[in-house]
Write a protein that binds this ligand. Sequence first.
Ligand code: PMP
Length: 284
Amino acid sequence: RTVYLNGDYLPEDQAKVSIFDRGFLMADGVYEVTSVLGGKLIDFDGHAVRLQRSLDALDMTHPSDKDTLLEVHRELVARNGITDGMIYLQITRGAPGDRDFAYPPKDTPPTIVLFTQDKPGMADSPMAKTGMKVISIPDMRWGRRDIKTVQLLYPSMGKMMAKAAGVDDAWMVEEDTVTEGTSNNAYIVKGNTIVTRQRDHDILHGITRAAVLRFAAEAQMKIEERPFTIAEAQEADEAFITSASTFVMPVVEIDGVAVGAGKPGPVAARLREIYLEESRKVAV
Ligand code: PMP
């Protein structure tokens, strides 16, 4: 695979980063994951805007600009022959040459890395037909989950807890309400209403979330942006998640309790279809 590091396209085994990089030492970095379908980027603009927002929140300098990033994404897709898959982008505060909690001087060059992941046929995931099972776990992350940092240890622990419980993912709960999944936003459906947590510091503002809520509103569905409990989710007609890599994915079981009929429901299926169709149309 060819990867991108600080302006250069390199074979992956030749891309090297300093041991003093603050991403490595302090998780002082942000990232984005953009999907590729049919060789084109899904929602690139949304990811570019959120990247800038994450950088601003951490007072980090953008090492590039949106147009250049788009070129780099496209170049990697071409060089690695990606039809369906993902592009990972990470920017850290660079390697000041020593370890210090305080940020290094503003002119310290950031580290920017991009690589691709090949996922042939990712839009036809079998899980979309069977649905996924989740458990609930306490949300023990920090308080600025709206910044997309590379500090992913607790979500990784959550995935391991899900694995140990024999399910697919975990929904995180804080003060009795669901914040989000380990790497996705969480929704329930009751009648013609979609319920999902409001955008604040408690959750990542998903790019897929924004698109799906827009399509749901266009399809005359009612949207309530508010917290919900696990009990309310277990009694809902449907549940689902969204993320750039899974699109819309039905959830059919929460803490061992079947949601609705215990199989993917019509709303999640329809939203998945609309999302894939509409976002392919405007892919770049
Ligand atoms: N919440 C969390 C915690 C995530 O890690 C992700 C995916 N990165 C999402 C939500 C979904 O965001 P998006 O739709 O932009 O992929």
